[in-house]
Ligand binder design. Structure first.
Ligand SMILES: [Zn+2]
Length: 282
C-alpha cells in the first residue's frame, strides 16, 4: 500500500514517526503551514518556520525515504493577531519556491472579519501563483463554516476544482462535493472523524476527489491513521485500486495542479547546512 498523507505537521513529530510511517507505506507528505500551539509574536518567526518547511523538514523526511512538500500561508487562527498579519506581505517570496505545492492552510477558525480578509487575500495569492489552495473548515458549527467558506471561494477568482476543503464530516461532505471541491477528511484517534466513519462516507459518496489525512500535529493525533483507513477500506470490501486512488492518486492529482510535485526521493546529502539528524554523532 503506497500512501500520500496530504496534511500532516511533521515539524511536531519525531524521527520514530517518520520510520513508522515509512514502514506503513507512507512515501509522500504535504505539510501545510500552521500555528504552533502558542502565539507567535512577530512575522520574523514565520520566516524561520517557512524556511524550515522548505529546508530542514524535507531533508529530514528524505532520510526516511519520504518525499516532503509544503503549503505556505498565514493560518486562520493567527489571522486574528495584528502582530502576525504583516506576514501576508512576505508570502509571495515563498509561493514561488519549487517545493511549495499549495497555499494553505487557510480558511476559518472563529469566522471573524480578520479571517475573512486573510482568506480572501490568500485565495488571490493562489490565483496569482497558479497554485491550488488547502482550506481548513472550522471544527465548531461546521455546516455554517463550510457555507461561508464556499461563498468566499466563489467570490474569488480561484476555481472550486483547485480547492481542497479539509476537516469535512458527515454534515458537510455533500455540500462540498456538490460544489465541485476536492474533499479532505482528517482522521483522528478519538475525536471528530474515525476510520469506520470514513469507510461509511466512502461507501456512500465514492472515492472520487476524496483525500484522507492524519492532520497529525503537536496535539493528540496519529500519523498512521492514513494506513488504518486503507486497512479498514480493504476490510470493508473496497479494492486495492480504490485504496490506491484515495491514499495516493487523489493527493497526487490535487497537489499535481501546482506542477511542482516531485515524488521520487533522491538520495540526499547526509547534512543540511552542515547539520545532520545525528546531531554531530557518528
Ligand atoms: Zn493542519
Amino acid at each position: 500500500m503506497r500512501i500520500f498523507d496530504p496534511h500532516i505537521h511533521m515539524t511536531s513529530r519525531t524521527t520514530d514517526d517518520y520510520q513508522a510511517m515509512h514502514a506503513a507505506g507512507v512515501r509522500a507528505v504535504v505539510e501545510p503551514a500552521f500555528w504552533l500551539g502558542q502565539p507567535r509574536t512577530s512575522p520574523a518567526t514565520f520566516v524561520d518556520y517557512f524556511d524550515s518547511l522548505l529546508g530542514w523538514e524535507p531533508f529530514r523526511a528524505a532520510q526516511y525515504g519520504i518525499a516532503h512538500h509544503c503549503a505556505i500561508a498565514l493560518n486562520p487562527k493567527e489571522a486574528n493577531d495584528p502582530r502576525c498579519t504583516p506576514v501576508l506581505d512576505l508570502l509571495p517570496r515563498y509561493l514561488v519556491k519549487d517545493n511549495v505545492v499549495a497555499v494553505g492552510e487557510i480558511g476559518y477558525d472563529s469566522m471573524t472579519p480578520a479571517e475573512d480578509a486573510a482568506l480572501a487575500a490568500q485565495l488571490e495569492l493562489a490565483v496569482a501563483h497558479e497554485l491550488p489552495a488547502l482550506v481548513h473548515t472550522p471544527h465548531r458549527d461546521k455546516p455554517a463554516g463550510l457555507r461561508r467558506t464556499l461563498d468566499v471561494v466563489k467570490e474569488s477568482a480561484l476555481p472550486l476544482d483547485r480547492v481542497l476543503v479539509d476537516h469535512l464530516n458527515e454534515t458537510t461532505v455533500e455540500e462540498a462535493k456538490d460544489a465541485g471541491c476536492w474533499l479532505g477528511f482528517s482522521v483522528y484517534p478519538d475525536t471528530k472523524m474515525d476510520e469506520d466513519r470514513m469507510v461509511a462516507i466512502l461507501r456512500r459518496y465514492g472515492p472520487e476527489r476524496v483525500l484522507v489525512n492524519s492532520a497529525a500535529d503537536w496535539g493528540r493525533s496519529d500519523p498512521l491513521k492514513t494506513r488504518e483507513v486503507g486497512d479498514a477500506m480493504l476490510g470493508a470490501g473496497f479494492t486495492e485500486d480504490d485504496v490506491d486512488r484515495v491514499l495516493w492518486r487523489n493527493p497526487v492529482a490535487f497537489y499535481g495542479l501546482s506542477n511542482r510535485l516531485v515524488l521520487d526521493v533522491a538520495a540526499t546529502d547526509a547534512t543540511h547546512e552542515g547539520n545532520s539528524v545525528l546531531r554531530g554523532g557518528a
